[in-house]
Design a protein around this ligand. Structure first.
Ligand SMILES: [Zn+2]
Length: 311
């Protein structure tokens, strides 16, 4: 799955560390992140040294986020002016950053370009550890970026020196990283699983019923509500399968299996823009696995196919 980056190891402990020239640096512009496009076609994060060339101020304000193995990742909240970016397009790279080891030929003769892109484009990165690092860095970056002022008194906040938190120097309020819990439910009826597709989703892949947990709900409450709302069914025997951090929506996704309870006739939700296009019962035997996309959904469907789901 997405978070499985072995043999690399994600080190999330709060630390203070100064950036080195070759360390990857995350730069944000609203919901977009700055990516470096290599002549070879590969994508990486720009390095601290490269950003310093583009904007000294942005490089100077870089601060530590986390490490993967011994490789630290940094963030700057300072934006880089468009003009500097255009100049950077002709910037010649020498030392290549993390994630480029496999493509040792890149960069020596290469001209690279930088541009702000939607976060989803990191999924085009070939290096799985870099992909994971970039997405997690972007999630942290968006959280830092959205808490630069205290929501209570409007004063400019500061980063805590002792933990991953943001503090208001005026009222003392502490802001911690925001994670939105999501449930995904594989509804089964004996040897059949209910697969759905979203009408407006960019990827027309198999989906399972899913949704954000609302305030005041347990995970089980959210499961029963989402299943009722989306496909008009009741479920029983809810059992936990596995979980997955999903930085693309600042979520932690918890995957469950549940048995349909009573009538198994699907009534699709037709309210709102996110409605399901279809909901079909598919038997284990007829289930065709799609190409893996590192998602929890894919892994749960795979588990069902292989008789590996929790019973
Ligand atoms: Zn405050």
């Amino acid at each position: 799955m997405f978070q499985e980056i072995g043999p690399h190891v994600f080190h999330n402990e709060f630390r203070k560390m100064l950036p080195g020239e070759g360390d990857p640096l995350l730069v944000l512009d609203g919901n977009q992140i700055l990516l470096k496009f290599h002549k070879s076609g590969s994508i990486s994060l720009p390095t601290v040294g490269e950003i310093r060339q583009l904007s000294e101020a942005a490089g100077k304000e870089a601060f530590y986020l986390f490490s993967i193995d011994e490789q630290p990742f940094f963030l700057t909240l300072r934006e880089i002016p468009e003009k500097a970016l255009r100049q950077g397009e002709r910037f010649r790279t020498e030392a290549e950053g993390f994630g480029e080891q496999k493509a040792g030929q890149i960069g020596h003769e290469g001209e690279s370009s930088y541009s702000y892109e939607q976060l989803n484009r990191v999924r085009e990165m070939e290096d799985r550890a870099l992909l994971f690092g970039a997405a997690v860095a972007a999630q942290l970056g968006q959280w830092y970026s959205l808490h630069q002022y205290c929501g209570k008194c409007g004063v400019k906040t500061v980063r805590s020196k002792t933990e991953r938190a943001i503090q208001c120097p005026e009222c003392g309020h502490l802001y911690y990283p925001r994670i939105s819990p999501v449930v995904i439910i594989a509804i089964t009826d004996g040897d059949q699983i209910l697969l759905t597709r979203y009408k407006n989703a960019p990827y027309r892949r198999h989906a399972l019923v899913a949704g954000f947990v609302e305030i005041g709900e347990t995970l089980e409450d959210a499961i029963r509500r989402e299943v009722r709302e989306e496909v008009g069914l009741s479920v029983k025997n809810i059992r936990y399968c596995e979980s997955q951090p999903w930085p693309f929506s600042s979520s932690l996704i918890a995957g469950f299996f549940a048995d349909v309870d009573g009538d198994r006739t699907v009534h699709l939700n037709t309210d709102g823009g996110e409605e399901l296009a279809e909901g079909v019962w598919v038997s284990r035997e007829d289930l065709v696995l799609e190409d893996p996309n590192f998602s929890l959904t894919w892994d749960m469907v795979r588990k069902f196919k292989m008789h590996e789901e929790p019973v």
